[in-house]
Design a protein around this ligand. Structure first.
Ligand code: SF4
Ligand code: SF4
Length: 68
């Protein structure tokens, strides 16, 4: 699963986009909201969630990653 962005908390600052190592995230400038443009490429590294200043990012891990 890609990162999930809470529209009520995200202000479109772009920090998550800058910190994502593989450029999964983009910013909808009109809505001032982050979104995942290459969701299948997400590594689930957690940088976007860790660095978001408003706590707007949640990451849902695929079941197969949790069953190791
Ligand atoms: S860092 Fe947080 S507030 Fe900023 S664009 Fe990303 S999700 Fe939105
Ligand atoms: S979890 Fe990592 S790879 Fe996935 S979108 Fe966030 S920063 Fe990018």
């Amino acid at each position: 699963m890609p990162p999930v962005f809470d529209a009520g908390k995200c202000d479109g600052c772009g920090i998550c986009d800058l910190h994502c190592p593989i450029d999964v995230i983009a910013i909808d400038e009109e809505r001032r909201l982050a979104f995942a443009r290459y969701s299948e490429e997400c590594w689930h590294c957690g940088s976007c969630r860790q660095d978001c200043p408003t706590g707007a990012v949640d990451i849902v891990f695929p079941k197969k990653m949790l069953l190791v």
